[in-house]
Design a binder for this molecule. Structure first.
Ligand SMILES: [Zn+2]
Length: 237
């Protein structure tokens, strides 16, 4: 009787974790690896979940992603917003011990794997609650954790300017500052250029293009100033 109870509880936990992962649009392969459920069972769960969801007006539609999980480390460093969110997510991984407890060490569907999956979901849900924009998907979050564990492409470091935690490229050629400090630096540079332009009586927009050296290349003059666009979109989340 006891054995039956344990089996029932384990099965229930697997199904609960799978539903939670489906809600976060995790891929079938990831759900199978963590829960130990078969592809067929995951497909049936997905269909049942979407069917139940369609009866609730106003609830966001869950999409099913196919193919391989994301593998590009550069995704997290592509702009200031993704760098901020990657740093926040990596901080939560470190805080809750996920960086020390590698997922690859646990077997699919075991109690250890289910506990690990539950912890990962809690971290991801906390990140989503703190970032309305949530640019990092569940699968990208898995990839970030694995990349940080391997320390092959990405690593955690402290900002040399403010000591904040940041995600850095392992192959970087210079020490970067965190996304918050870089946004401040860009804003300061922009203000300085604008102040000089106003002092010299030159239109600010023209002066910014000149300062970037773009004016020397007529074909590039129509490309928007990346620094201006990044500074404008560097809003707190
Ligand atoms: Zn900093």
């Amino acid at each position: 009787m006891r054995v039956t109870d344990d089996r029932y509880t384990r099965d229930r936990q697997r199904l609960d974790l799978a539903i939670r992962m489906i809600r976060h649009e995790a891929r079938t392969q990831t759900i199978r690896t963590w829960t130990g459920l078969t592809d067929d069972r995951i497909r049936k769960l997905y269909r049942a979940y979407v069917q139940a969801q369609s009866k609730q007006p106003g609830v966001a539609v869950v999409r099913r992603h196919r193919g391989k999980s994301p593998r590009q480390a550069a995704f997290f460093l592509r702009n200031l917003e993704t760098r901020r969110e990657a740093a926040a997510l990596a901080g939560l991984f470190a805080l809750l011990g996920l960086l020390q407890e590698a997922a690859r060490d646990v077997r699919a569907g075991t109690q250890a794997a289910l506990r690990w999956g539950d912890l990962f979901c809690r971290v991801y849900e906390t990140y989503r609650a703190l970032h309305r924009s949530h640019r990092i998907s569940f699968e990208h979050a898995c990839h970030l954790l694995h990349a940080l564990e391997r320390r092959a492409e990405l690593a955690l470091d402290a900002c040399p300017s403010c000591d904040a935690l940041m995600v850095v490229d392992m192959l970087r050629t210079r020490t970067p500052v965190c996304a918050w400090c870089e946004a401040e630096q860009r804003a300061r540079q922009q203000h300085a250029v604008q102040a000089r332009a106003l002092g010299a009586g030159v239109p600010a927009a023209l002066s910014l293009t000149d300062a970037a050296g773009v004016a020397d290349f007529p074909g590039l003059a129509e490309v928007p100033d990346v620094r201006t666009a990044d500074a404008a979109s560097a809003r707190p989340t």
